[in-house]
Design a protein around this ligand. Structure first.
Ligand code: HEM
Ligand SMILES: *[C@@H]1O[C@H](CO)[C@@H](O)[C@H](O)[C@H]1NC(C)=O
Length: 482
């Protein structure tokens, strides 16, 4: 009996000791990964995520998972486990992480279209070098010099595309306009034929970014890659000519971004490979034109349907023209700074309808957030949705109110207003976007009077948020200056 009991005690204590020991040794090995379904093998939940984006149900897609698993959850997208961290704390973790922990490296569809050496694929010294060169063309001192040229281009393009027409599609017009502005001003591609041909291929390439990564003749992804190859072919002679001109000193490195990147030397005093420059040309044109076109379309959509807002914008813009009387006709940098209400309108539109739904990061090391492990090789995704529409950050978030950006009763906390992202990868084109948007709206209200063909036309993500029918408007030259 005694033997029996002591055996039992010994047995059970050994067992619990073993249990404790195993716990101890496995500490650091057992991972506490976020909850969430990985969906189907390989494709994971890619289909439902892309579909939700296209059908403008991205926020529902998120809500469904947040309610099941909480604001930090995992899924599998584009062949890789992907952790979402929704809300301000999540944004801060993702956007505030150093580049060697969470890099901006993109899933295969984006990488294949942008190229292996686009800015978002680069890290460390190379990343800083290339971004530094781009910034030379996007910093305010340089942008001031573009205002006049931008104004001329916008005036000319609007008049050319609109004159003699009774109705125009605003979305197509804005896409064309923002593309022409980037091509002209940032890259000095002035040849009309080249620009047109490139535009067709950029449209195809852009579609592929949000497609399934199935590379089979006829798929969107396949077409996008072929379009990319044609863009590259077209860029080679342009690049070679510029290279020659820059080498001979005929063209200054400050002429445009391509010349700037060609003249750049790396840490070993070597020029950058031409394919890196092509990759970044493609990346920048995509990053700059559809985003800005979205914002400009949203602005005209809002002006068409909200007389109150229209009146205020018209007043502000006409006041600028009035004060100009007798001096130079062209828009100036100082005048851009006076367009305060017009820009607040843009800010409020981008709060309620952020052009970019969110974006990917890739873990280059194991990391963790709120006790959840995120393993090397996984993707992470941030979304603007988690803070833009929350009432602890924006009072009455459902209410459209540009004045909230005028004198916010409480300052907007960091990492919660993200139309241009935040942290290391904060949009370097935000000032360029502001100037081109304000220049476009200025000219649009100055030159035309218009009305919506479909007054009920909603905004849908496709996956960029555009008026669902392309915003056709009846348009005519302004008859009187108010
Ligand atoms: C309204 C217009 C625009 C919007 C809403 C927008 C939005 C954004 C956002 C959200 C990011 C961060 C992405 C991330 O965190 O992964 C970003 C990055 C970037 N944007 Fe923009 N953008 C706009 C216009 C432009 C323009 C006009 C340019 C170029 C002239 C540009 C160039 C870039 C570049 C190069 C990056 C990457 C920066 C980096 O990774 O360091 N964007 N943009
Ligand atoms: C706008 O463009 C038209 C047509 O090209 C031109 O006649 C006009 O002078 C331009 N307006 C301004 C203010 O430059």
């Amino acid at each position: 009996m005694v033997v029996g009991i002591s055996f039992f005690v010994l047995f059970s204590s050994t067992l619990s000791l073993a249990f404790l020991l195993s716990k101890w040794f496995s500490k650091g090995k057992t991972k506490n990964v976020p909850k969430g379904s990985l969906g189907y093998p390989i494709i994971g939940e890619t289909l439902s995520f892309l579909k939700a984006q296209r059908q403008d149900k991205g926020s529902e897609w998120l809500e469904e998972r947040i309610s099941k698993y909480g604001p930090v959850f995992k899924t599998s997208l584009m062949g890789s486990i992907t952790v979402f961290a929704i809300g301000q704390a999540g944004n801060k973790f993702i956007l505030g992480s150093p580049d060697d922990v969470l890099s901006a490296k993109k899933p295969i569809t984006l990488k294949k279209i942008f190229g292996r050496q686009s800015l978002v694929e680069l890290t460390g010294h190379r990343y800083k070098l290339v971004k530094g060169e781009m910034l030379k063309f996007l910093k305010p001192e340089c942008l001031q010099k573009y205002v006049k040229q931008m104004d001329e281009l916008v005036n000319a393009t609007l008049l050319r595309e609109v004159t003699e027409k009774e109705t125009v599609g605003v979305v197509v017009l804005m896409k064309k306009l923002s593309y022409d502005l980037s091509c002209n001003i940032l890259f000095d591609i002035k040849d009309e034929h080249t620009r047109e041909a490139l535009f067709v291929d950029f449209t195809l390439a852009f579609k592929a970014i949000h497609s399934l990564p199935i590379n089979f003749p006829g798929t969107t992804f396949w077409r996008g890659q072929r379009a990319r190859a044609r863009i590259v072919d077209r860029m080679i002679p342009i690049m070679n000519k510029r290279w020659e001109e820059v080498s001979k000193g005929v063209l200054s490195s400050t002429n445009d971004m391509i010349s700037g990147l060609l003249a750049l030397r790396d840490e070993n005093d070597q020029p950058l490979p031409h394919d890196l420059i092509t990759d970044n040309f493609i990346f920048l044109l995509v990053a700059s034109h559809d985003t800005s076109a979205t914002l400009m379309s949203l602005m005209i959509w809002k002006l068409s349907r909200d007389p109150e807002v229209y009146k205020k914008v018209l007043q502000e813009q006409m006041e600028i023209i009035k004060q100009r009387e007798g001096t130079e006709e062209r828009l100036t940098w100082e005048e851009i700074q006076k367009m305060k209400y017009t820009w607040r309108l843009a800010q409020e539109l981008m709060r309620m309808i952020p052009p970019l739904f969110g974006s990917f990061r890739k873990a280059l090391k194991d990391t963790s957030f709120q006790g959840y492990d995120i393993l090397k090789g996984w993707q992470v995704y941030w979304a603007a949705y988690g803070t833009h529409m929350k009432d602890d950050i924006f009072e009455n978030p459902e209410k459209f109110d540009p004045s909230r950006f005028e004198n916010p009763t409480k300052p907007i906390p960091p990492y919660s207003y993200l139309p241009f992202g935040a942290g290391i990868h904060y949009c370097i084109g935000n000032e360029f976007a502001r100037i081109e948007t304000l220049t476009t709206i200025h000219n649009f209200v100055k030159l035309f009077e218009w009305s919506q063909v479909n007054p009920e036309e909603p905004i849908t993500r496709q996956p960029m948020p555009y008026p669902s029918l392309g915003l056709p408007i009846k348009i005519k030259p302004r008859s009187n200056m108010p």
